[in-house]
Write a protein that binds this ligand. Structure first.
Ligand code: ZN
Length: 417
């Protein structure tokens, strides 16, 4: 893609009204645009990152045998009354009356809605288990939205729901989902720790959170780096420097973390509220056993930025970078240099490389280098007069200091491995 053709311009300064590193970098580098606190637009580069994260999530959820659906954001009050959450979530749920006086709300989650849908479809044990997920907008009336895209008032969520005949079936799926979640976070360049958590608003039953260590985190977690044991501060009260209860030899550290995912064993709370029952093999009517599983898409993106950056900008993990290569044509606008840059660009495109070509005119080398560091694509490739003479390109990894001079073909071969 040609940089001159997309809606793109980096900001000269960091936004004054943002304190979070993720928002500062993403706004300055032109990935997102802030409409109001906690509400952001995704510009071409930001949209590509978000799409890549969604693709990873989709692949991993599909690998669990789950099928994708889409539920609405606008819900009638009646759907939320039986579970008691119209009242219970009234502080964080946008609830209002439409012009006809109907009480409606914008979904913060979808347990009630999906249970109503399943109620019309699931009749017998032969219909179970079933797993569905959606990737969809959620709304949350955050009193303070100061964490950039980590905590939005409108955000995208992957929420998955599972339906089972019994606890054993739920347990099996729950464990498989844990593994799939860890694959998602790893592919997004993040090391996650699984912590046991209290159920919060959702459930008094068992639940787990997936934590990523970063100073930007609003949660505190005790963790053992030796064996990966982790526990939420709110349900654990360890002494400082206490040994790890799992491996015995590691020391527990209290660190700040962001919760990038959570999973809940819901039991039968929502199935009972929605009359979601099935006939077991003896013909008795039983409530369906449910689980729910969430990942915040923008939160994941924001966490990746919080974890992977330096004083010059973002350093995108490869699999979620908007493009793999940033091709910079630097130097005077001479015809032979332009031709060379175009030829390199075409070669990259032809080989299927995802490349952002900084072909902007009347821009100094310094400005282009500055923007490239800020945007943070994994590889920077420079084409200049000096390279033209050698018929080579200068390649630098964003995460490294040294650059190398290579033949175009050799670089393509190396990067396509
Ligand atoms: Zn340990």
């Amino acid at each position: 893609m040609r940089q001159s053709e997309i809606l793109f311009k980096t900001q000269k300064t960091y936004p004054k009204d943002e304190v979070a590193v993720n928002a500062q970098l993403l706004i300055k580098a032109n990935f997102v645009n802030k409409l109001m606190a906690g509400v952001y637009s995704f510009l071409p580069l930001g949209f590509r990152v978000r799409s890549k994260i969604i693709s990873i999530i989709r692949e991993e959820m599909n690998s669990l045998g789950a099928s994708e659906i889409l539920m609405p954001s606008l819900h009638p009050k009646s759907a939320w009354e039986k579970s008691g959450r119209w009242e219970g979530l009234s502080k964080i749920m946008y609830q209002f009356q439409d012009h006809s006086g109907r009480d409606v709300g914008l979904g913060v989650t979808h347990e009630e809605i999906v249970a109503l849908i399943a109620q019309g479809i699931i009749d017998s044990y032969a219909d179970l288990p079933k797993y569905v997920y959606q990737i969809q907008a959620k709304f949350r009336d955050e009193p303070r939205a100061k964490s950039g895209i980590l905590r939005g008032r409108e955000f995208t969520m992957k929420d998955m729901y599972s339906f089972h005949t019994d606890e054993k079936s739920l347990d099996d799926f729950y464990e498989e989902t844990k593994k799939a979640y860890q694959r998602v976070f790893e592919r997004c360049g993040l090391k996650s720790y699984i912590t046991e958590a209290s159920g919060g608003d959702f459930s008094k039953n068992y639940s787990h959170e997936f934590m990523v260590e970063t100073e930007a985190g609003e949660d505190e977690t005790y963790l053992c780096r030796l064996c990966g044991f982790a526990r939420n501060k709110e349900i654990a009260d360890f002494r400082k420097d206490e040994n790890c209860p799992k491996c015995g030899s590691g020391v527990l550290e209290k660190v700040k973390t962001v919760e990038v995912g959570n999973i809940f064993k819901l039991g039968t709370k929502y199935s009972e509220a929605a009359d979601l029952n099935f006939k077991n093999n003896e013909g008795h009517l039983k409530p369906v056993v449910m689980g729910s599983y969430g990942i915040g898409v923008e939160r994941l993106m924001g966490t990746a930025v919080e974890v992977h950056n330096d004083k010059n900008g973002i350093i995108w993990p490869e699999e979620i970078a908007p493009f793999k290569v940033h091709l910079l044509s630097v130097g005077e606008d001479k015809e032979d240099l332009q031709k060379f840059a175009e030829a390199v660009y075409n070669e990259f495109e032809k080989s299927g490389l995802e490349v952002l070509f900084d072909d902007r005119k009347k821009m100094s080398a310094g400005e282009k280098f500055y923007d490239a560091d800020l945007v943070g694509l994994p590889f920077r490739v420079v084409v200049s007069e000096k390279m033209l003479v050698q018929d080579k390109i200068e390649v630098k990894k964003r995460s490294e200091k040294e650059s190398r001079v290579l033949k175009v073909k050799d670089f393509i071969k190396e990067i396509s491995k």
